[in-house]
Design a protein around this ligand. Sequence first.
Ligand code: PMP
Length: 440
Amino acid sequence: MSDTTTRPNISMDAALAEARERYVRANPASLAAHVAATAVMPGGNTRTTLFHGPFPLAMARGQGCRLTDLDGHDYIDMIGEYSAGLFGHSRPEIRAAIDAALDAGINLGAHGAMEARLARLICDRFPSIDLVRFTNSGTEANLMAVATAIAVTGRRKVMVMEGGYHGGLMYFGGGGTSVNAPHHYVLGRYNDPDGVAALIDANAGDLACILVEPMMGAGGCLPATPAFLRALREGATRTGAILIFDEVMTSRMSAGGRQAQLGIVPDMTTLGKYIGGGMSFGAFGGRADIMARYDPRRADALPHGGTFNNNVLSMAAGHAGMSQVFTPAVADALFARGEALRARLNAAAATAGVAAVWTGLGSLATVHFGLAAPPTCPAEAAVADKDATELVFLDLLVRGFYLARRGMIALNLDIGDAECDAFVAAWSAFLADYASVLRR
Ligand code: PMP
């Protein structure tokens, strides 16, 4: 944005009011797009995550790691499509694969050669995945994995974690929502090994599965401790429940996801986001004996349809991304880049004397303001200073950085040292400018 940053006022309320006014002034085209959209979509929105006040920012285009909004402001894209945009906006290998798929024709209504090639890459990389099936989204992958566990075990209960997010139909903030898939849920507390072990035992016999993210992503980039994940692994083994890791976000932590990094292997895994090369994508996979239930040659086969499950764009872009771009070495380098960046952001907050902490793993991080210690579960994160999160979002837009309104960043592969240095500088300037209104 071209508007210059104004200095802070004495109260948080005044600082926020000023930042919102500046945003409204700077973004008339986004406002007009929002107003037009409200006539035909509820709240002008078709993806709740993206909505924010005073009205959502609308993007016009992207190139590399940069975005341009409808009003012509340029940003470094720090949210990378909430982790689905790992490859940036114009990676040549992805573009070439999509072009080739388009040249060969879309909507062929048949098996193709590419789906098995992508499946091979996935099975070779993720320790828990012997066999895999594709879906259109991470939401669908989780719905399928849970349904599989219920069908295979003949049990009803589904254990999830308070505050967990597994897609629009399985969100457990505030105990769950009325649009959640109607399963019999048992809610555990994240990073509480003893608590979940007791809960698993109390529900043994009717527990079909345990669905957990190795790091809560939407819940605030809160990593699971190995002890917590091991308690789930042991509890599932003890009771015959199926342990499902939702690695829709965490699969990028290494070539084989967080499970490979920790050496803790679930029975099933769900994937999504960037693995389709930036096209719509989801996958669920796991142990051969579980996944074999979908073998259509079997008399007792479970059904799994989906017109677009093997659509040629997702299969081709995904294969190019995983084979040519996101190699194991690149995955490790991205993890290291993210770890280094988070350390620098936290060091800057400490130097400024501001109570702000970036939690996360590798290339995914979320800032939490006003807490005495880094949160380890959603309940602890919930008491963070939400006004400060809005302020940093609005302020960093002015400084040329686009992150999630909730304070999350997800690095893409086009972000290099220069962009990281610039982001640390912008964060430090924000801390300095607003030191008087941020909790110490
Ligand atoms: N699981 C996790 C951990 C996610 O972060 C998300 C998306 N943010 C989903 C599932 C749902 O994936 P999708 O948006 O592709 O449906």
